[in-house]
Design a protein around this ligand. Sequence first.
Ligand code: AHM
Ligand code: MG
Length: 363
Amino acid sequence: MPFRTNRTTLTQYLIEERRRYPGASGDFNALILDVAMACKQISKAVAYGELAGLHGEHNAEEGGSINIQGEAQKKLDVLSNDLFIKTNEWGGHLLGMASEEMDDPLDIPEGYPKGRYLLVFDPLDGSSNIDVNVSVGSIFSILRAADDEPTPISHEAFLQPGSKQVAAGYALYGPSTMLILTVGNGVVGFTLDPTLGEFMLTHPNLTIPEDTQEFAINTSNSRFWEAPVKRYVDECLAGKTGPRGKDFNMRWIASMVAEAHRILMRGGVFMYPRDTKDPSKAGKLRLLYEANPVGMIMEQAGGRASTGHVPVLDVKPSGLHQRIGLVFGSKNEVERIERYHAEPQKSRDSEIPLFAERSLFRD
Ligand code: AHM
Ligand code: MG
């Protein structure tokens, strides 16, 4: 195994970052280390998989369990959620937690000190892929609670725009386990050294190329897309012979953390836009624990994250489990998609047969 003696551990990185803020209490660093511990434990559980009887649906013998999203929970969804709670509730850094897998926010149990941060997470994103052994991940977002925030903690405490995030990150459980982190000062990546059980700094300054020739979208939804998205994808597909004058490649893993990571490594654009498939849902992905943390990482790496209309980090959330249309990745491509949304659609509607009869647009 290639061995380097000069690798920086996550702990060392956090301590060195903290030295830049002499007034910092160390609470924040301890919180990140607790989150990292949850990710290490989840990484192990994911890796053991069926060896530990961890594949399949939660409570299958009792007919399964459904989360607030109406999605069947996997055993690993429930275990990952529990691991996040157990590794983070005791430390005294948090006032509350919220997760994709819990209908309501969670208070810090009696007996543990309360802190000033809020932790929001998707414990195992892409878990519908677990049983097929595709890369999945955990996504987290850290917010500051208001000084006078009452307890028990309310949904409202978490309804802060993504621009207020103190830190965000994800762990990717792939061929190697990685932790990607931003504390608002660029984006860094760590790789888990499995023998030491330590995250080692391997990617000290992640930046996303501004241009790309790779896009990711679930094209099975194309008949539900709004016109600007359809235009963008049509132009990519037209390649060299179309208005873009270059060929594009397409990828769809159906595991957002894995897609975000690919984009962070080599550029690209990801779209799960608002569409007309289910008018009760403004997109598939969730604002607070999917779009916002990934959005902060993208922006901090020089990319862009948008609803198609506005920067995703500017959106004032209206609900804990709110869904939103999401486009992120290489800056110039995301800006192009925003331009297509901003352009008046009328003239193009009549040009495109699909949109000539009826409008698929919504305000
Ligand atoms: P999940 O949080 O229930 O795992 O759902 C989110 C996932 C994303 O990781 C991924 O981008 C998307 O769902 C895939 O959706 P689809 O199956 O429609 O392609
Ligand atoms: Mg998810």
